[in-house]
Design a protein around this ligand. Structure first.
Ligand code: TXA
Ligand code: MG
Length: 316
């Protein structure tokens, strides 16, 4: 059921149930982060492997201090600049966080969402919320309540509707290794903006062999049609007689019906492109295409996060 009843969501969460909630990045599948039972329901509903840990959401930097054992100076500065917002910090975990939430890791991922409804919810609860993106494992993240309903509607009691997500790609995940700042997932805060606060960072996007060590699997965000990256109009020549769709940055490609194309931002804005990406991928996926051709965006700012998602969608 989709609705805007905050009190009902609170009641469910207090009873260890899971509820889909809006954030500024994507919708999350939320449960009490201090309850192993609620956390295990999240893994079950998402069909998520137990080695892939959950982000813990809370409402203030003071509350983060209670979930972690230390905050390096760089973390403090990033928190001050970007929280609330699409930033997740990996910090040494306090004992209060159950093993299941961090998949046994000594670090916990913490984030303060900037969405007003999420903020109000978190501020009214006396426990933090564990929440992965509210999609079945390996599929595209949801950016509207309806996206969640389409795939998980029969598995969860309630979807809190906060409208379409303003950022549209997941949070940037940042950790600290021996004094070095490391970006593990490119997301809603550009790497350049992290560097402006914390100095040069290492970008270590994912580790397919060991996804639990800051975890991202290579193949992800996968629509059911194969995704092929490159120059769309050139690639099109390889698929005569096929039902082809396309994702382009500023304008539609010639030779493909407009109804099968997603133009991410006619004005060339990377923030707008990020906001439109996942909904566009879902729209194309519903058309049962033979192949989706996609062009990469400029490799800068949010373009890096968008390209990362397109490459994962294209990965075998
Ligand atoms: O924007 C977001 O971050 C959204 C919204 C709902 O907050 N959440 C989200 O969660 O994208 P999820 O679970 O789909 O992706 C979180 C990533 C996972 O790849 C996970 O492996 C990594 O964060 N992660 C979480 N806790 C971790 C930990 N303790 N150590 C290393 N990686 C961790
Ligand atoms: Mg996810």
């Amino acid at each position: 059921m989709i609705g805007k009843d905050l009190q009902y969501a609170i009641q469910l969460l207090k009873a260890d149930a899971v509820v889909a909630i809006p954030t500024e990045t994507v919708y999350g599948l939320a449960g009490n982060a201090l309850s192993p039972k609620a956390a295990s329901t999240i893994f079950e509903v998402k069909n998520r492997p137990s080695f892939d840990p959950l982000i813990v959401h809370t409402s203030s930097v003071e509350r983060i201090a209670g979930l972690t054992t230390e905050m390096p100076e760089a973390a403090r500065q990033l928190a001050q600049r970007f929280m609330p917002g699409p930033l997740t910090l990996l910090l040494p975990r306090a004992a209060i966080i159950p093993d299941i939430v961090t998949a046994g890791s000594a670090r916990v991922a913490v984030r303060i969402p900037a969405h007003p409804m999420a903020h109000e919810l978190l501020a009214s609860l006396d426990f933090p919320l564990a929440a992965p993106s509210a999609n079945p494992f390996g599929y595209i993240s949801p950016t509207t309540a309806r996206h969640v309903e389409d795939q998980l509607g029969d598995k969860i009691p309630y979807i809190l509707d906060g409208g379409p997500c303003r950022v549209g790609v997941e949070s940037t995940i940042v950790g600290f290794e021996e004094g070095m700042v490391v970006v593990y997932r490119k997301g809603g805060i550009a790497v350049e903006d992290i560097e402006a606060v914390a100095g040069p960072v290492a970008v270590r996007p994912h580790s397919a062999s060991n996804p639990a060590a800051p975890g991202m699997l290579r193949s992800h965000y996968a629509p059911s049609a194969p995704v092929v990256l490159g120059d769309v109009e050139n690639l099109l020549l390889r698929y005569p007689g096929k039902k082809v769709g396309a994702i382009r940055f500023r304008e539609a490609a010639s030779g493909i019906p407009a109804s099968r194309q997603i133009v991410l931002s006619p004005s060339g804005g990377l923030a707008e492109a990020a906001r439109n990406l996942f909904a566009g991928m879902r729209r194309l996926d519903a058309l049962r295409l033979d192949v989706i051709l996609a062009e990469l965006l400029p490799e800068e700012g949010l373009g890096r996060a968008i390209n990362d998602r397109l490459r994962r969608a294209a990965a075998e």
